[in-house]
Design a protein around this ligand. Sequence first.
Ligand code: ADP
Length: 306
Amino acid sequence: MKIAILSRNRKLYSTRRLVEAAEERGHEVQVIDILRCYMNITSLKPTIHYRGEELEGFDAVIPRIGASVTFYGTAVLRQFEMMNVFPLNESVAVTRSRDKLRSAQLLARKGIGMPVTGFAHNPDDIQDLIKEVGGTPLVIKLLEGTQGIGVVLAETKKAAESVIQAFMGLKANIMVQEFIKEAGGSDLRCFVVGGKVVAAMKRQGPEGEFRSNLHRGGSASLVRLTPGERATAVRAAKVMGLEVCGVDLLRSNHGPVVMEVNSSPGLEGIEKASDKDVAGIIIDYMEKRVNEVAHRSSRSRTRGKG
Ligand code: ADP
């Protein structure tokens, strides 16, 4: 196969590992910087140009689109889809997963466990919103935040009100969420490939920190998931329409709750914690899917709704 990896930087661990795994299996791989692609979107024969040359002959594309380049990155991915190149994750699913509110609504609609979550636009309704999610302590999240930045724990009603007011004053979109105290500053990253959890790790924040993000100094270890946790992760991936993703769960008193579904999950933490060749598993799965799709006439696979 000829595989395109959409990534801003070929030196990143995840990108390097995918290249390695694909080459080990005899595939031809090209790492493409999304922001250097340009396209003619009106042509009957859609094309993508890259550094002065037309991109041609690809069988599959692996999107590794960072949050800051979602808009342009998904447009490039869409263009590959129009050229009938098999996308490991579809552009609609990637776009969907980048919108925390939209993702939460989709997951809730399918009855998947989540922390009680509220959203409002008008500061006049703050008191009622706080009551609606069960009072304090509660977590306030910037919708555009990543890597734990913009996630605040408000212990008291006064603190919650002033943080919400401050964010709203800045015209930032926020979510207000029940604080899952019993998670004890840890979460579970379930790596899903093709409807199966292929690796999992527990991330634990440093002492006194409720956020478990590795970027915030958290540490990762191997974990054994319960069947309920596995099932929740697989269902969340399916609802989002993502073939490869990282589903983050919290262990709550009312069962596993989904916090986020990440469409470009990093490989470094999970491969090191689980000691598994996750990149190899991804490429093997992609080979299988490309062969399946080649035997079908329609390549439209948009699943999930919204
Ligand atoms: P980001 O997308 O910026 O990483 P998250 O929503 O994943 O933001 O939150 C970052 C971390 O904060 C999570 O990994 C988790 O450890 C902690 N956290 C987030 N929401 C809650 C919550 N409702 N209850 C308890 N801990 C939470």
